[in-house]
Ligand binder design. Structure first.
Ligand SMILES: Cc1cc2nc3c(=O)[nH]c(=O)nc-3n(C[C@H](O)[C@H](O)[C@H](O)COP(=O)(O)O)c2cc1C
Length: 136
């Protein structure tokens, strides 16, 4: 199996309702192709993990990367895995708060709360999802 994780920037003017549409499509399609993962959105950036059989993941990523609803897609993880990090989620959606205020505080954890993540999530994924707002 393969797992990819990327960050991207939402197209200007993208609304929460557009994100809901993306998630609805993702959950339907991913369930039918045994892809699992997590999509986090903080109002500006997306961070998404997708995992599943090699071809399913690569084909899906090609579609996602070409989607005009976001840009500046940067791949952070591309790894072979023997187990899923998000076995129960066709595409979990999590709305994260955005870092704000004192710039020194940007190194604090202010992505997703740990409680929003699967308990057995590998450390590197945990780190990225709990701190992804430091990108701002
Ligand atoms: C940030 C983001 C994440 C997305 N994640 C998924 C996903 O996990 N699964 C999915 O099927 N589509 C996802 N999409 C939507 C795809 O880009 C695409 O619109 C969808 O797969 C339908 O493609 P099709 O009409 O060519 O079949 C995502 C789009 C964006 C902008």
């Amino acid at each position: 199996m393969r797992r990819l994780l990327y960050v991207s920037a939402a197209r200007d003017g993208l609304r929460e309702s557009d994100v809901k549409d993306i998630v609805a499509t993702a959950q339907r399609f991913n369930a039918s192709s045994s892809v699992t993962g997590l999509l986090a959105f903080n109002g500006v950036n997306f961070m998404q993990a997708i995992e599943g059989e090699e071809d399913a993941v690569l084909d899906l990523f090609a579609k996602i990367a070409a989607d005009a609803r976001h840009r500046s897609v940067v791949m952070l993880i591309n790894e072979r895995v023997s187990e899923r990090g998000f076995p129960d989620w066709s595409m979990m959606y999590a709305r994260a708060a955005r870092a704000s205020g004192d710039r020194r505080r940007l190194l604090d954890r202010n992505g997703l709360p740990a409680a929003a993540l699967p308990p057995d999530l590998p450390d590197h994924l945990f780190q990225l999802f709990t701190s992804f707002n430091t990108l701002n």
